[in-house]
Ligand binder design. Structure first.
Ligand code: PMV
Length: 366
């Protein structure tokens, strides 16, 4: 499918009022997206675990305006409070998607959103936040076009979410989502994420992700600046080639459940992401001393215990500790006794792979 397939001709009629609500999870990339082209097209394909616990719950109440608005008309409430700082992000998002959702200027929206994780935790809320909002808008469109099937609904939700924040397009389905064109992955697309289409060993259906909050502060570098730093980066081409190879290698690894090889790729991807940051112009370091301390402890524990625990990082100092569900007790004991001392006030979040976003429209608000 191409961009044109997501254009909508005029709706036959518009509803006057209504309310939709979706809960959408965060995701953690195994093969990382770092570097993009125009219109949020990734420089290389990526794959992620969809998470279960870290999520954004968003409802959109809509009321038809008497006449089409010149400015987008909305109020945004974050955790119950009017939040004007988020307006510019939403305005940019609406501008990017209005060609695909022509009803946007016809309504006033009340957007109410909350996260299951602390806002200042350093966990990016853009993936769950943008995907939850995209899903709400798609739910509205489906009310106007009731014959829309689930496959199209998911693809267009992912397509729109991508225009809000690239990685958000990987938060619609789960437990493994691939985004970005790859020659050996049929149906893969630069425009939206797809549920990984090949065999996935059951071990990956219940993988644990304990997120260690090393640094609760705001990120020093926005991901937009980070992606831009890949333009003219001395190692960009090698990096993009490496990501393509890692995805090809993943095909047998994910099918066979080969954890040894899985770990090699996942940890290499995390360190390569940060190596790209350290070798760009301007250069920067997002890892903290405690990030390195945790990584070294994971390596020692893995060696001595023969566990299959490993780590990944996103664009920050926090560490995602990944391990199979069947090692849950032993690894969590290790985390408690050895790793939590390196977290801010011992803070961490126990998450695991999940199956994607949920329609909450019929669930009463809490
Ligand atoms: O979706 P963005 O623009 O916030 O970029 C996400 C970048 C990484 O989290 C570092 C990697 C990824 O693939 O999620």
């Amino acid at each position: 499918m191409t961009e044109k397939d997501f254009l909508t001709s005029e709706y036959s009629s518009l509803k006057n009022t209504g309310k939709v609500r979706w809960k959408s999870p965060s995701n953690i990339a195994l093969v990382k997206y770092w570097g993009k082209k125009k219109n949020q097209i990734p420089a290389n394909p990526s794959i992620s675990f969809t998470l279960h616990t870290c999520a954004t719950d968003t409802s959109v109440s809509y009321r038809k305006l008497d006449k089409k608005a010149t400015e987008f008309s909305f109020d945004l409430f974050f955790e119950g409070k009017l939040k004007d700082d988020f307006r510019p992000k939403i305005e940019t998002f609406f501008k990017r998607i209005e060609t695909y959702l022509p009803f946007l200027r016809e309504y006033h929206f009340k957007i109410e959103t909350s996260n299951s994780f602390p806002h200042s935790s350093g966990i990016a809320s853009s993936a769950s936040g943008m995907s939850a909002l995209a899903l709400c808008l798609m739910a509205m469109e489906r009310e106007l076009i009731p014959e829309m099937d689930t496959d199209f609904f998911n693809k267009k939700a992912s397509f729109l979410a991508r225009l809000g924040s690239g990685s958000a397009c990987r938060s619609i389905e789960g437990p493994l989502v691939q985004w970005g064109k790859h020659s050996t992955i049929e149906a893969s697309s630069d425009f939206y994420g797809i549920e990984y289409p090949y065999k996935v060993h059951e071990i990956f259906m219940n993988f644990q992700d304990t997120i260690l909050l090393v640094d609760e502060g705001q990120k020093q570098i926005s991901s937009t600046v980070g992606h831009d730093s890949m333009h003219g980066h001395p190692f960009a081409e090698q990096r993009f080639g490496q990501a393509l190879k890692h995805l090809s290698d993943f095909q047998t690894i994910l099918g066979d459940g080969n954890l040894g090889e899985f770990i090699k790729i996942v940890e290499s991807e995390a360190l390569t992401l940060h190596a790209m940051m350290m070798t760009s112009h301007p250069y920067f370091i997002l890892m903290k001393p405690n990030t390195l301390e945790i990584i070294n402890r994971i390596w020692s524990f893995r060696k001595s215990s023969k566990s299959n625990v490993c780590f990944t990082l996103d664009a920050g100092a926090n560490v995602h500790v990944l391990y199979p569900g069947k090692e849950k007790e032993t690894v969590y004991e290790f985390i408690k006794s050895e790793l939590l001392q390196f977290c801010e006030n011992g803070k961490h979040i126990c998450d695991r792979t999940g199956s994607g976003a949920k329609n909450m429209s019929k669930t009463p608000a809490t």
